[in-house]
Design a protein around this ligand. Structure first.
Ligand SMILES: [Zn+2]
Length: 540
């Protein structure tokens, strides 16, 4: 069996891995490359496989950098099954057509330029219609259920706590009478963030493909972030300005709504009556999908709802769907909180709100998510004093804040804690989904703490997955690792033997003496076997 790393290797976008068994081809994620100038070419490139030969696409979650090339995959001949959770399917059913719309709009703009230059026109990567067609291939899987895909391949999806519907995928593949378990973390969530549950723990894995986006960072504290937001809003409202929040439509917008609901409920809050506008059709549809999947929320959010306080419904929360409603926000008298997409300010209605507020000394812009290099959001955040919006120069005079305590990804500690909780550690870890510094830092940390074989996956690389026994033989060139593990085991067994010996000496009536003797014999046996194994490895 082989794993090929076809995206999100030493970078954070374009997640795509191909697992090739003796009979089947299974794809894990099929995301868009985003951010830099090469992305467009990478997205348009031919796939490194024939889409018609793929049997299954296992989708970890709906974010476009994991799902965004699905319509293209189908357009180029994929005819297999796409396996996802119900919430991931529901979110894809709004996000993929939205992505198709963006592709169509981008190409329209490019073609206008090409037409003027006398160049041949190009086609969009895919259209809204391609995206809608691809939704027919989805099949729903429940969390925590082991499902047999075909003879020899079983899967289980566990909540990754990253975004509604997100999953860690456990995969059991049987080849030549041996079962190997491979785990793909997808994107691992951050603990204790609003709405989402903490990432599930995995008991064991033979091989692990793990994300390390923040392998070198520790996030700020969420309570401080909440207080900072309250401070910003209170101060801006006192000065009669607006609070403009560029926000990713899915996930981040709902987290901010949760926080605003909390702040508005707080008895110290002076912001109870300030209207909150959610001005993005995609964010509105996504919020409805969140509302339909309350069973996936964490206990805290469920408890709120049980008490009758739905975080997505509060007085003066206004969802503006039509363009007319959106324009009317700019004529609202008095302060308001305006949340709009896109999160990096390059497209969508947020540009109108920036145009109306950036020049006002009493308004503010609050960034709540990552701003990629080159985007309008990043330029404002980096302190540019004049930006062009819809061809007009706009003076940046308002206050600019960065709320960086929010993240959908586990930080270094979160990643390490999650890995520590795996009872039977993998023989090998492949690190993906991170910039070089982050991957290097986390790789050293894993090696130091667990004496484990860690590889930073390279894009285009294919690795042979050996049987577990064979990989142990590979590990013998690191005898120190092996002997430490075995000595730990021997210590454990010694402790059990001591307990039994004590019970025998004290003639304890708490355990059956015959059974205890038998158990003691068995333990001695295991101990001597382990000692032999240890000697064997030390002599290699
Ligand atoms: Zn994600």
């Amino acid at each position: 069996m082989k794993i090929s790393f076809l995206g999100a290797a030493q970078m954070v976008t374009g997640s795509c891995y191909l697992l090739t068994t003796d009979k089947y081809k299974v794809l894990i994620d099929c995301g868009l490359f985003q951010g830099d100038s090469d992305s467009e070419d990478l997205n348009r490139n031919l796939f490194d496989f024939d889409p018609a030969n793929i049997d299954f696409l296992l989708l970890t979650h709906s974010h476009i950098d994991h799902s965004g090339r699905i319509p293209l995959l189908v357009k180029r001949g994929f005819n297999g099954k796409i396996v996802s959770t119900k919430a991931t399917f529901e979110l894809c059913s709004i996000m993929l057509p939205d992505s198709g719309y963006i592709q169509e709009m981008d190409v329209e703009w490019i073609n206008r330029k090409r037409m003027r230059a006398g160049k041949p026109l190009i086609e969009p990567l895919y259209t809204i219609s391609d995206a809608e067609k691809s939704l027919k291939y989805f099949e729903i899987i429940n969390y925590d259920e082991v499902v047999s895909l075909v003879d020899g391949i079983e899967v289980r999806y566990k909540d990754a706590g990253h975004i509604l519907g997100s999953a860690i995928i456990e995969l059991w593949v049987k080849e030549k009478d041996e079962k190997i378990k491979i785990v793909f973390t997808g994107d691992l969530g951050n603990k204790d963030i609003p709405i989402m549950r903490n990432p599930s723990v995995i008991d064991e894995a033979d091989y692990l493909v793990m994300e390390a986006t923040y392998g070198n960072k520790i996030h700020g504290n969420i309570e401080n972030t909440l207080l900072f937001l309250l401070d910003i809003i209170t101060h801006t409202v006192e000065n009669g300005g607006n609070i403009v929040i560029p926000s990713f439509a899915v996930g981040r917008t709902q987290e901010i709504l949760y926080m605003l609901n909390m702040l508005k409920e707080s008895k110290y809050s002076k912001i109870k009556d300030i209207p909150v506008f959610v001005d993005s059709p995609l964010a509105i549809n996504a919020t409805n999908i969140f509302k339909n999947n309350e069973d996936l929320f964490d206990e805290e959010t469920k408890e709120l709802i049980r008490k009758g306080d739905n975080p997505f419904e509060f007085p003066n929360l206004i969802f503006t769907k039509t363009a007319e409603e959106s324009k009317a926000i700019n004529f609202y008298e008095g302060s308001s909180i305006i949340m709009s997409a896109s999160g990096m300010c390059d497209a969508g209605r947020i540009k109108h709100h920036l145009k109306h507020n950036l020049w006002k000394g009493n308004s503010c812009v609050v960034f709540v998510g990552y701003q990629a290099k080159g985007t309008l959001g990043r330029r404002i955040l980096d302190g540019e004093k004049k930006v062009k919006i819809f061809g007009e120069d706009i003076y940046v005079n308002c206050k600019i804040y960065n709320l960086n305590g929010l993240s959908g990804h586990a930080d270094q500690k979160g990643l390490l804690d999650w890995f520590s909780a795996i009872k039977k550690k993998p023989v090998k870890v492949f690190l993906t989904h991170g910039e070089e510094n982050s991957l290097l830092a986390f790789s050293s940390l894993l090696k130091e703490n667990f004496n484990i074989d860690v590889e930073i996956a390279s894009i285009g690389e294919t690795v042979e997955i050996e049987t577990v026994e064979k990989s142990i033989s590979i590990l013998t060139d690191k005898p120190a690792v092996k002997s430490k593990i075995d000595l730990d085991l021997i210590d454990d067994i010694d402790a059990i033997l001591d307990t039994i010996r004590e019970a025998l000496v004290n003639n304890s009536t708490l355990i059956d003496m015959n059974k205890a003797r038998l158990l003691s014999e068995k333990m001695k046996n295991i101990r001597s076997q382990l000692e032999n194994l240890d000697k064997l490895i030390k002599n290699v």
